[in-house]
Design a protein around this ligand. Structure first.
Ligand SMILES: *Cc1c(COP(=O)(O)O)cnc(C)c1O
Length: 491
């Protein structure tokens, strides 16, 4: 193969090749959508056979056509079709069509968001999008934010800044220069017992360790129990521990429950703590005219995690961390002469790496810019309301059926339930097997979790194309499978 036209350039033959390769790929992708099922059902051991080959680096290249055929045969049919309304396992949604178009621009131009000279207009677009997002979540002009790889990195950024702010301002110790203070093992952060595991992971990476993370019990609605929080902080202070952070969850990963942010903020302020809101899931509720009030107190927090690759239906990655006081980002800035020179800023060139844990970084802001403008407030309002109202519908369906047990009424768009039937002893085994059967025999992919050591099933209803009829049919199917389980799953 010659090296002519290996890149997209001004040369007409190169453009033609780009257009051909792209359209053949797009056609192959759309051909895979033959029915509404989410998955081919193939087992891991069968997939091992499908993908196994002696070498993926042949002596001589296969060329485009043959390689495309291999993708069509070995990969595309077995991918999870996340836009299917039979897919509702995780906070991992379908991607809106306009954001797929956005990805074409993002990958073709491959801008890198670390320095202005690697992403001129893209930097200005990210700044503009961040400015509007700060306003959307109720922050004022001193706020700032940055796009990240996801909720986990947004949380880690916020917790890093919380630790540094607390050590600098309250303990008068400069972590950036000197590392952790001598009494670092006394620092404590408070999260609900059902918060996301990135809290523990961040505590570990920040040198504080899992023991710095205090798990506060939740009430019957799966929200952080404020009385328990007060008590835990009091006990910690008596033991000489140092509370520095409360991380509220606005939309827990399993239940979508929203912690009582206003009360948590009051407690935090009284003790000079940073208040972070992990709204990786719940941030989408801001688009709903009807339900927005449920998360209005996010604006009281020092930092907010927002994920666009969950409720907002955008391709991975797309997430931001917002700060009430943008200058708190300063501790992340390190000037490198080859990248983000000090004089650049004075001359009006913004280098976004100054706020980021990542260096090379995608132009994900384009997807938000594009999709917000295309759909407008009205379009977004409808998408989010549909998903929240589907959860209400499913909840009422299950709660009125004695064969099922539901953990709690949904506040956003997830419903956690189990089939109980008339033999509660067997319920764990039945629910586990029903989920596997749905995946491998029916192409339906739903979630599984535990509550009080019992196995539960989960519908995460992000997809606005899910209808009430679909939910009726799936509940009927689950009941049928539970009552007619084969002797073994292999038949
Ligand atoms: C999904 C989720 C995260 C992690 O976000 P990623 O984008 O997967 O890194 C953090 N917190 C909560 C509450 C989540 O639901």
């Amino acid at each position: 193969m010659s090296n002519d036209n290996i890149l997209l350039t001004h040369i007409p033959e190169s453009k033609e090749k780009y257009l051909n390769m792209m359209s053949e790929t797009v056609k192959a992708v759309s051909d895979v959508f033959v029915d509404d099922s989410a998955y081919s059902g193939t087992t891991p051991w069968d997939l091992h056979e499908v993908v196994h080959q002696d070498s993926i680096l042949p002596e001589e290249g296969l060329g485009w056509e043959e390689t495309l055929n291999k993708i069509k045969e070995q990969i595309l049919p077995y991918l999870l079709r996340t836009s299917s309304s039979d897919y509702m396992a995780h906070l991992h949604g379908p991607s809106l069509l306009e954001t797929l178009a956005g990805e074409v621009v993002i990958s073709a131009f491959n801008q890198s968001m670390d320095s202005w000279d690697q992403s001129p207009v893209a930097t200005e677009v990210e700044l503009e999008v961040i400015r509007h997002l700060c306003r959307l979540y109720g922050y004022n002009k001193s706020a700032d934010g940055v796009f990240t790889s996801g909720g986990s990195q947004s949380n880690q950024t916020a917790i890093t800044l919380a630790r540094d702010w607390f050590c600098n301002r309250i303990l008068k110790h400069d972590v950036q220069k000197k590392g952790l203070p001598d009494n670092f093992h006394k620092l404590r952060m408070y999260v609900s017992e059902i918060s996301h595991f990135s809290m523990e992971q961040s505590a570990h990476l920040l040198g504080l360790g899992y023991e710095a993370v205090v798990h506060v019990p939740v009430d019957s609605k799966k929200r952080m129990d404020v009385t328990a929080l007060r008590q835990l902080i009091k006990e910690d202070k008596e033991k000489g521990n140092i509370p520095f952070l409360i991380a509220a969850t606005a939309g827990t990963t399993d239940y979508g429950s929203i912690d009582p942010i206003k009360e948590l903020v009051k407690i935090g302020i009284a003790d000079n703590m940073w208040i972070h809101a992990d709204a990786a899931y719940g941030s989408g509720v801001v688009m709903s005219d009807k339900y927005r009030d449920r998360i209005k107190d996010l604006s009281l927090c020092d930092s907010i995690t927002v994920d666009f690759h969950k409720m907002f239906l955008m391709p991975i990655s797309c997430s931001v961390v917002l700060l009430k006081k943008g200058s708190d980002f300063d501790v992340l800035t390190f000037h490198a002469n080859y990248l983000n020179r000090i004089e650049d800023e004075a001359d009006g060139y913004t280098n976004l790496v100054n706020k980021s844990l990542q260096t090379t970084r995608r132009f994900d802001a384009l997807k938000v810019w594009l999709s917000f403008q295309m759909r407008g407030q009205d379009g977004w309002n409808k998408l989010i309301n549909t998903s929240m109202e589907n959860a209400q519908y499913l909840y009422s369906l299950l709660v009125h059926d004695k064969s099922f047990q539901v953990v709690t009424e949904p506040e956003i768009s997830s419903v956690v339930f189990r089939y109980v039937g008339d033999d509660p002893e067997r319920a764990d085994e039945i629910n586990r097997r029903v989920r596997r059967l749905l995946m491998h025999k029916h192409g339906v992919v739903i979630g599984q979790t535990t509550d009080e050591d019992n196995i539960f099933l989960k519908f995460t209803l992000l997809n606005p194309l899910i209808t009430h009829k679909k939910l009726d049919d799936l509940v009927t199917l689950i009941k049928f499978l539970a009552e007619n389980l084969p002797e073994s799953d292999e038949e």
